[in-house]
Write a protein that binds this ligand. Structure first.
Ligand code: ATP
Ligand code: MG
Length: 394
């Protein structure tokens, strides 16, 4: 599949975008949701922290990404140049992408506090494989190099699209330079192949396949690999052969179609030697077969999860309305209170110092779970989520 070259990316300016809301932030900078008023749809805008002189090559790369299209890979719609609300006087650059209403696989895992129902787990595994296979089939192949749950976006019906593919190689200079060491790794390190810790590392398709194997483990268990280990230990132990534990998955496999197959696939993907790992084509051929076994139950599984997500959203809206109501009936015009806490807040028993902090106006996060709700799991999903905390497996 060849990409045609294009000279000019579609430029999207301030005038086209309205209703900016912060939805997240990562190594590249802040991500906003905004409405493109001519296209009549929401878009996601990923702003770059700053231009260190390499942004132009980054944008060329983006334009290349824009040429290929797959239902399992995020569509880059253009390049933003302008001044988003409450930014400084200088124009900023960013990527404009389709907006994915259900956030990321990472946020889904947080909400579920575990793994999704099996049919959905198998579909996630397959669709992510399809996305990787698409990138690897391009000429020249596009390596993702940062496969992890926060780079798997979900549409309204929980179908996946990969994002941030091909950007990892820019990430050190453009993005990570401003971050502290602990932040820098941001979960990425657990998905990195053993060869990536070598000074002479040169990434290949097999690097993505390793990360895909770890991602499969995370989907099936609903957990983050090596969640309790220090990153310095992870760096040391991965090249020595440690991998996430399979014990809990094994204990679920009996009598359940496809689990052993999926487990075998993840083990092949995280082989120490890159040339022993399967190709993305082999992976998708396999996941297609596995998903077929569960496809008949996919609608029920998706419906079950969506109902819970919507219910949670309603509860959080109701919470907000409740707090708004308390403020409104107080009779205190908050705007006219120059300093200090409004007296009514002292009287309302439910107000805590924390809730006051949350009420300080801040940019709205459109598709993120608020920290206060993050701790509430919407359900302990059926089979996959019942596995206990993973450890290391020698
Ligand atoms: N196209 C999109 N549609 C909807 N939400 C998005 C989109 N792109 C990003 N987001 C949101 O923005 C958040 C931040 O994304 P970002 O890629 O910047 O950070 P990250 O993936 O957590 O870290 P990293 O910088 O390592 O990729 C995501 O977690 C997601 O909630
Ligand atoms: Mg990302």
């Amino acid at each position: 599949m060849a990409l045609s070259s294009s000279i000019h990316p579609i430029l999207i300016e301030d005038a086209n975008l309205e209703n900016w809301k912060v939805i997240g932030s990562g190594g590249f900078g802040q991500v906003y949701k905004a409405r493109h008023h001519k296209w009549c749809c929401d878009v996601a805008v990923k702003l770059l922290h700053y231009d260190d002189g390499r942004s132009s090559s980054l944008l060329r790369e983006v334009e290349m990404m824009r040429q290929g299209s797959s239902p399992y890979v995020i569509q880059v719609l253009g390049v933003f140049k302008g001044r988003p609300p409450s930014s400084g006087p200088s124009a900023q650059l960013g990527l404009v992408m389709e907006f994915m209403e259900r956030g990321t696989l990472a946020s889904l895992q947080d909400s579920l506090c575990g793994a999704p129902p099996w049919p959905l787990a198998f579909r996630l595994a397959h669709q992510i494989g399809l996305g990787v296979n698409f990138l690897h089939s391009l000429t020249p192949a596009l390596l993702h190099l940062d496969l992890k749950p926060s780079n798997v976006l979900l549409d309204w019906y929980l179908n996946t699209k990969l994002t941030d593919f091909g950007l990892a190689r820019f990430s050190y200079s453009v993005t990570r330079a401003s971050k502290k060491d602990s932040e820098e790794e941001g979960g990425t390190i657990s998905y990195m192949p053993p060869e990536a810790f070598d000074l002479s590392y040169s990434p290949t398709r097999a690097s993505d396949i390793y990360s895909y194997g770890i991602l499969l483990w995370s989907i099936v268990t609903g957990k983050q690999p090596y969640a309790n280990a220090l990153s310095s230990i992870v760096r040391l132990r991965i090249p020595q052969g440690d991998r996430p534990s399979l014990e809990e998955i094994r204990s679920q496999a009996a009598g359940r179609a496809g689990i052993t197959g999926l487990m075998e696939l993840m083990v092949r993907c995280w082989e120490a030697k890159p040339d022993k790992r399967p190709s993305s084509f082999e992976c998708t051929t396999m996941t297609e077969e596995l998903y077929k076994m569960h496809k008949h139950a996919i609608n029920d599984a998706v419906h079950q999860v969506l109902k819970k997500l919507d219910q949670k959203e309603e509860e959080s809206l109701a919470e907000h309305v409740e707090r708004f109501h308390i403020t409104q009936t107080s009779g205190v015009n908050i705007k006219n209170v120059p300093t200090g806490r409004p007296p009514i807040q002292e009287m309302a028993g439910s107000w805590t110092s924390n809730s006051r902090v949350k009420d300080v106006p801040s940019p709205q996060r459109a598709n993120e779970v608020a920290p206060s709700q993050n701790s509430k799991c919407i359900f302990k999903a059926s089979a996959p989520s019942s596995v206990s905390a993973p450890g290391f497996q020698p």
